[in-house]
Design a protein around this ligand. Structure first.
Ligand code: FAD
Ligand code: PYC
Length: 416
């Protein structure tokens, strides 16, 4: 890693940023690879990295239609946690959280994991029962989880309004202390640099427009930069899963929705944990820059436009101010949206497709950032061994016909 003194950094910034070394090569696509990964978001880059690192498969291209970090990997609100209800999901997200805990060292890139604790508030007796059930389930699965009553919430996060007169009073919360946030674009850059240094070609401005399929087997992809042959192709395109599946000739049970977020003006540190509420539809954390990072559930309509609607902003800010009255004095600075692919059980689809050699990883809905290292890790194994990693196996596409769903609408924590 290059190191600069403060003076050298200042000189470089005043000098127009000349002379920086590239974090990854500007690769020109070759005619053929062992594996082509469609989509250079967090999951695609992590898959490439683990293919190279864990399986010695380095003749790999990541094809990204835009620029690295233009998708959800850098549009998300950076919450990382593993407190999912069912055994299958708890195992998957906990596997990911463990990888997060060593990721900066592993990539030699500071992904700024901040295990500041995540509170999921409960506002009704039914939510209290559901939340406590989730805490017990988490504990049985070795996931750290605690139940805090109203007083405990106030001690852990004094800024929250726990007044009983609230329309949706805070009755308690689940707390995962090992959960928190990570720096989203650093995750993309860290995986990109580490994959590149192991020989992976990262090709930006290269859209995959079609698939070459012969006798039920994928043989390559068509792109805006020409045809590329590959016996294995992996689709990892977040909000465009069904678009790509249609190009390959099969269908997926996914709906694409906008999910938006916004940030306030920066203020001094006031909030040292993450607070989420599924009932009143708001969540908030404070970034290192001091901005409050605020989000809610999906916009209910389907869309591929990367922006959300005003009613969602209005209602989430109403909920925010009820929970944190002092935030009513803040100005909001900017908002943005990303497209999330939502599956019927709010769990991802990871594994084989009906086409031999073509793999799919998507449908992470509102919650795939936290899964980035775990998803890449198990997907690389699945591609390398041509057999699902045990943690990926329950998340196969067949579950929508067998009925073996993994319903995580509750633990998804952001309404969808
Ligand atoms: P992306 O970064 O979107 O990567 C997919 C890439 O595929 C894109 O770069 C896209 O350009 C590319 N692509 C698409 N089509 C093609 C093509 N034809 N050819 C080539 N490339 C193509 N999750 C959490 O766990 N915690 C959160 O706090 C959280 N907050 C969120 C807040 C918002 C506002 C949004 C939108 C999402 C949030 N998420 C969160 C969800 C999370 O961001 C996603 O689940 C996750 O990032 C998706 O994986 P990815 O990083 O690979 O996606
Ligand atoms: O899955 O924790 C989550 C999340 C937070 C914001 C969006 N998704």
């Amino acid at each position: 890693m290059q190191r600069f003194s403060a003076f050298a950094l200042l000189a470089k910034s005043l000098g127009g940023h000349q002379g920086w070394s590239r974090q990854w090569r500007l690769a020109t696509p070759k005619d053929a690879y062992d594996v082509v990964i469609v989509g250079g978001g967090g999951h695609g880059l992590a898959t490439a990295y683990y293919l190279a690192r864990n399986h010695g498969i380095t003749n790999v291209a990541v094809l990204e239609k835009g620029w690295l970090g233009g998708g959800n990997v850098a549009r998300n609100t950076t919450i990382v946690r593993s407190n999912y209800l069912w055994d299958e999901s708890a195992a998957l997200y906990e596997h990911s959280l463990k990888l997060w805990e060593d990721l900066s060292q592993d990539l030699n890139y500071n992904v700024m994991l901040s295990q500041r604790g995540v509170l999921n508030l409960a506002h009704s007796l039914q939510e209290v029962r559901d939340s406590r059930r989730r805490v017990y389930a988490n504990q049985l699965n070795g996931v750290d989880a605690e139940w805090l009553d109203r007083g405990g919430v106030k001690v852990f996060c004094p800024l929250i309004n726990t007044d009983e007169s609230l329309r949706y009073p805070v009755l308690g919360a689940t707390l995962q202390r090992r959960a928190g946030t990570a720096r989203h674009d650093a995750v993309a850059w860290g995986f990109a640099r580490a994959a590149d240094s192991r020989g992976v070609d990262i090709v930006e401005n290269c859209e995959v427009t079609g698939f070459d399929i012969q006798g039920g087997r994928v043989t390559g992809v068509q792109t805006t930069r020409g045809a590329i042959r590959a016996p294995k192709v992996a689709i990892v395109v977040a909000g465009h899963g069904s678009v790509m599946a249609e190009r390959a000739g099969f269908r997926l049970p996914l709906e694409s929705h906008p999910l938006q977020a916004l940030v306030s003006e920066p203020i001094k540190p006031v909030l040292d944990c993450v607070v989420m509420s599924n009932a009143v539809h708001v969540y908030v954390s404070q970034s290192d820059k001091g901005e409050l990072v605020i989000g809610a559930g999906i916009d209910s309509y389907n869309s591929y436009a990367q922006r959300g609607s005003l009613p969602v902003v209005t209602s989430q800010l109403g909920a925010l101010i009820a929970l944190f009255p002092m935030f009513s004095r803040l100005k909001m600075m900017r908002n943005w949206g990303g497209i999330v692919d939502v599956s019927p059980d709010a769990s991802p689809i990871v594994g084989k497709t009906p086409i031999d050699g073509l793999y799919f990883n998507g449908g992470w809905g509102t919650g795939g950032f936290k899964a980035t290292p775990g998803s890449g890790h198990i997907f690389a194994h699945t591609i390398a061994h041509e057999d699902p990693h045990p943690l990926a196996a329950p998340f196969n596409l067949d579950r929508f016909s067998t009925g073996a769903l993994v319903d995580e609408h509750g633990a998804a924590a952001v309404a969808h």
